[in-house]
Design a protein around this ligand. Sequence first.
Ligand SMILES: *Cc1c(COP(=O)(O)O)cnc(C)c1O
Ligand SMILES: [Zn+2]
Length: 397
Amino acid sequence: MKLRCVDCMAELAPRWAYECQACGGILEQVGNDGVPPFSFGEGQTPLIRAERLERALPGFKGELWLKDETRNPSGSFKDRLIAAALGRAIATGVRGVVCASSGNAGAATAVYAARAGMPAIVVVPAHTPPNKVTQIAAHGAVLLLVEGNYSRSYDLARALAERHGFVNLTTTFINPYAVAGLTAVGRELFAQLDGVPPSHVLIPTGSGPLVKGVWQGLKEAGAATHLVAVQAEGCAPIARAFAAGAEHVTAWSTPETIASGISDPLIGYERDGSYTLRLVKESGGLVLAVSDAQLREAMFRLARLEGVYAEPTGASSVAALQQLLGGGHLAPGSRIVCLITGHGFKDGGAFQEMPVRTHRVVDPEDTAAVARLCEAAIEQGEETSLSLGPGVLRSLA
Ligand SMILES: *Cc1c(COP(=O)(O)O)cnc(C)c1O
Ligand SMILES: [Zn+2]
């Protein structure tokens, strides 16, 4: 096993290094020396056919599958990265770990560090969704809340890792051992589809390690799959560069989206975005951006039609389906996979903003009246789109 720069191809013997000494480029792990991940049941997540969602997509003539990464121990695919890098941290005798996060990587770090009995410092933006903050704190990590966007947390984590002599588990492209833990996503997809690879995989995308994992896993299996990286309109540095036909990604100045997990402006590590753009283009894929309204709609449909409870970021892949379809990118018979990356428990706020149907029962002994109310509600229950208008979900009470 060795580390290699994805830009100048310089090689390094394995050690804790976060960028190429020669050119400052991203390092990747090449080969495997058998250091085991520090496992806690991450990975091997279900791939489920989404037939009701298929029927709700006008004009779609193919298969739609969901890779449910919410089933990982801490509720997001970030467990895969942390398990891989923490395994190496333990094998090399490090004292502690640091992680900058928009919430989910921090939660994964806190969970796995608790299991390993290792000190962890987690740095998150002060506006991180409260349930993610609670989850990180519950597991005993030292939790630092930093004003401003994610890139400021990123910088602080780098500095703290150096000062404490801790390993930096931040899940951008900074830690090659963590990123290597994602190749399994592509491999699992291929195996779960019995070797008939998907035509497109839609991937919620911040800086892009998950794109790399899917790309590499499928490529190693010999699959020619188009990758569709999905960003939020309110923070879409990679989608903007793609639309402009640019090769290099520039940072996003003021992120504003309900998709906290991909609200990464890439300030100071724009090269992560450029690398991700390169991989997407190599796959013959594209980068799309979705609005907050489309994210809410996708969360709602996943919950109603498929029983999958996703946070806004986790539903962004589904939110982009209509656009992909409308763009004429899908031949009949296409086999589409949407990655559902994060659990709804982590950020139910967006659901609370939706007019959910609840009914206040004043007199529970009047079962006839309550039964009438239920009948009426069940009749309305077929509605599966928020865009049908505000009346649809109004409480009947
Ligand atoms: C981190 C995260 C992403 C983005 O992953 P990248 O590999 O940084 O592009 C997507 N969804 C969720 C829920 C996340 O936590
Ligand atoms: Zn280099």
